[in-house]
Write a protein that binds this ligand. Structure first.
Ligand SMILES: [Zn+2]
Length: 383
């Protein structure tokens, strides 16, 4: 099956989170036609927009391979800046343009095409089970999407053996990279409390800026670790200093600095907080009044164990492209952080270069090659 027409139809669905835009309806139609049992489930909670999701399965036996992904997209931004309208699915000189072309409607289309080919070659009967777990809530706050869809599936008794998440994992060309893990992410605000006063009488005040500079310097001075077998070093980055003092003759009473930490498997959130707070306490030496407000995070680091599944996918890629992929843990977080609780997951999709950009696009040749690779994976998985 040609993935191009399918990708193009998906790109024409304006599914900016939380809008479904017709994208899941289209996928449901394709999968029902191929014999899948399709469920469309809407999740909601107070204060958030309800979001549609889709789960479809064919087969009742193991092994059970699930393709995960999302059909929601980030907004196009200023449409006038696009060479081709973001929701038109225009093809020009072998390139398909549109919001979601690589992140990640293109890969969803390739997985659908490969699966339909695989089933047709098998006389429409899978050797095990194939599922699609497609959410409409990945690009925004990700609360009414994969997290709840996985819980819903587990309550129905669904058990997955392996998952391929079709995020744009490749850096420069199809097949160069599989993402086998992700760093965790944690946000905090360092708060220094001083005493407000007239700038001409500093002895009567306690300027929190001094303490802020001291603690920030200390937290930036020493690396959090030196990396691990599959991860680069964890990193703390201050992103904002907030004092909000509009006048020149006032020593402020409080100073804040926000930071983000991308962390590897040397740490848990708890151990990381302990480490940061002990470094801050050492630097404060009892003279700076400080505390850290930590934001809740659902993004722990994780890594897929090297083994048969990673080897199988690597071999399938190498057979199609001629080159073995690199195994990487770089980049931001993804829904893989939720899936990993249920089954081993790796990420392999299109080339990420234009994701979230004006003129997001993919070469038609890349769609063909990714479909080949997914077909090859299915062939090996159910051999
Ligand atoms: Zn994505």
């Amino acid at each position: 099956m040609d993935p191009v027409a399918l990708a193009r139809d998906l790109l024409r669905c304006p599914s900016v989170t939380p809008a479904e835009g017709g994208a899941l309806g289209l996928i449901a139609h394709v999968l029902e036609g191929a014999g899948f049992t399709v469920h469309r489930v809407t999740f909601a909670e107070p204060g958030t927009a309800p979001v549609e999701n889709l789960y479809a399965r064919i087969g009742t036996m193991g092994p059970h391979l699930v393709f995960a992904g999302h059909t929601d997209v980030v907004p196009p931004g200023e449409e006038a800046k696009w060479s081709h309208p973001p929701f038109a699915g225009e093809i020009v000189e072998g390139t398909l343009y549109g919001r979601g072309a690589v992140d990640m409607k293109g890969a969803v289309a390739c997985a659908l095409a490969a699966t339909l080919d695989h089933l047709a070659a098998r006389g429409d009967e899978p050797e095990g089970s194939i599922s699609f777990l497609i959410t409409g809530d990945e690009e925004s706050i990700a609360v009414n999407g994969t997290v709840k869809l996985l819980q819903w599936a587990a309550e129905r008794g669904e058990k997955f053996d392996h998952c391929i998440l079709g995020e744009p994992s490749n850096a420069a060309q199809i097949g160069d990279t599989i993402k086998v893990g992700r760093r965790g992410s944690l946000n905090g605000t360092l708060v220094i409390t001083g005493k407000q006063g007239h700038v001409a009488y500093p002895e009567r005040a306690d300027n929190p800026v001094r303490g802020l500079v001291t603690l920030m310097s200390a937290l930036m001075a020493v690396p959090l670790d030196h990396g691990s077998a599959q991860f680069s070093a964890s990193n703390l980055e201050f992103t904002s200093i907030d004092i909000g003092n509009p006048v020149v003759n006032l020593i402020p009473g409080e100073a804040r600095a926000r930071f983000n930490i991308r962390f590897n498997d040397c740490h848990s959130q708890v151990s990381l907080k302990t480490l940061i707070e002990s470094r801050a306490a050492d630097a404060a030496r009892g003279r700076v009044r400080w505390h850290i407000d930590w934001e809740p995070s659902n993004a722990d680091s994780f890594v897929a164990e090297p083994g048969a599944f990673v080897d199988l996918v690597s071999a399938a890629i190498k057979e199609v492209t001629g080159t073995a992929p690199a195994l990487s843990t770089t980049g931001g977080t993804s829904d893989a952080r939720f899936i990993k609780t249920y089954c081993p997951v790796l990420e392999f999709g299109l080339v990420g270069q234009t994701m979230h950009q004006v003129d997001e696009r993919t070469a038609l040749a890349d769609l063909a090659m990714l479909t080949d690779i997914y077909r090859n994976i299915l062939g090996r998985y159910f051999a």
